[in-house]
Design a protein. Structure first.
Length: 345
């Protein structure tokens, strides 16, 4: 008997733990899955309310503390606010249409703000969407200088990696910029990067979900234990006031139709104690629960002063769910049959 109680206590504890960790587990698994989904393909960087993540593909920023495969956050709401020293993610592509324009660029800090409207475009510019669809690689570098085309005011960025021997990239047109780096702690970058590896998938997706299933199993076992005790109490195989029943709060867990029947079939000398066992918690509950408690008091009075038929009819008029009404009707029929058999015997 002691071992049985220990197993029940263990299942109860594990069921409670499951309730606390279900949501964090699901959250971690979803984040990891999302990262794998959005970082696996090349090309378009997904946006979430103007923010995104990108995975570093090269070692050109190692000196700045960014390792290959690190995952970093980006702010895509830049609106021309970028300046020298900012770290950006971009499509490293040089549009042939800008060939002449790039030869006439001037530093933004030295520009007088006058747009000459000189037509230097060599055909039609390639939009960023074309690069996204073609699976172009997203690079991650510092902005060395900001330039402008006086002919049409287009902004270009000259970018460079952090390594000592790094050579500056060509001029990156502003619309090819994906976003500006948001300071992401190294440990978080590494953690997000690890979550996209095979081992990371096991630890952050497979293992948490397996643990979730295990916790839910303990929770299910707990519910089965509770129902088992409820059924034994209802069938009067265990006293309603035993320590195990009080521990699991079976009176609260019992279905309303069963409560009604159980009270009606209780011994007269136990009725007050049974009433408290089934309904007393309602008196300090919500407004709906307090109303149910008041109905239980009225039903108790009806059963004492009138008849069992009136008692069941009263409850039928107060129950709102059809399923509760149907279950109560079956139990009422059972009650009337048992009462009749007692009279015959």
């Amino acid at each position: 008997m002691k071992k049985t109680k220990e197993r029940q206590s263990f299942h109860r504890l594990m069921g409670q733990i499951a309730g606390f960790i279900v949501y964090p587990i699901v959250l971690v698994a979803l984040i990891s899955t999302l990262l794998i989904f959005i970082l696996t393909p090349k090309g378009k960087v997904p946006s979430f309310f103007g923010f995104s993540v990108v995975q570093i593909k090269s070692g050109s920023m190692v000196e700045a503390g960014f390792n290959v495969a690190d995952v970093v956050f980006l702010n895509q709401n830049i609106n021309g606010t970028l300046q020298s020293g900012d770290i950006i993610a971009f499509y490293k592509d040089f549009d042939p249409a800008d060939t002449e324009i790039r030869t006439a660029l001037v530093l933004l800090s030295e520009w007088d703000g006058v747009v000459t409207n000189e037509d230097l475009l060599n055909g039609t510019r390639i939009p960023k969407t074309t690069l996204e669809k073609s699976g172009s690689i997203v690079y991650f570098h510092y902005i060395e200088d900001v330039y402008v085309s006086p002919s049409d005011g287009t902004i270009f960025y000259r970018t460079i990696g952090s390594n000592p021997n790094a050579v500056a990239d060509g001029y990156i047109r502003s619309d090819y910029v994906v976003g500006k780096y948001i300071v992401t702690p190294p440990f978080l970058r590494s953690l997000l990067s690890f979550s996209t590896t095979s081992l990371g998938m096991i630890l952050f997706i497979v293992f948490p979900l397996a643990l979730l299933v295990l916790m839910e199993c303990f929770g299910l076992i707990e519910q089965m234990n509770i129902y088992s005790f409820e059924n034994k109490v209802f069938l009067r195989l265990i006293p309603f006031d035993s320590s195990q029943i009080v521990k699991y709060n079976i009176g609260k867990e019992m279905d309303i139709s069963r409560k009604i029947y159980f009270y009606a079939t209780s011994k007269e000398e136990e009725k007050n104690a049974v009433f408290d066992f089934l309904f007393s918690y309602l008196n300090v509950g919500t407004k709906k629960e307090k109303l149910l408690y008041e109905n239980a008091l009225k039903a108790k009075e009806i059963l004492q002063n009138e008849s069992s038929i009136d008692y069941f009819l009263f409850w039928q008029s107060k129950l709102t769910k059809k399923s509760d009404k149907n279950r109560l009707k079956k139990l009422q029929n059972q009650f009337e049959y048992e009462t009749l058999m007692k009279k015959i015997n």
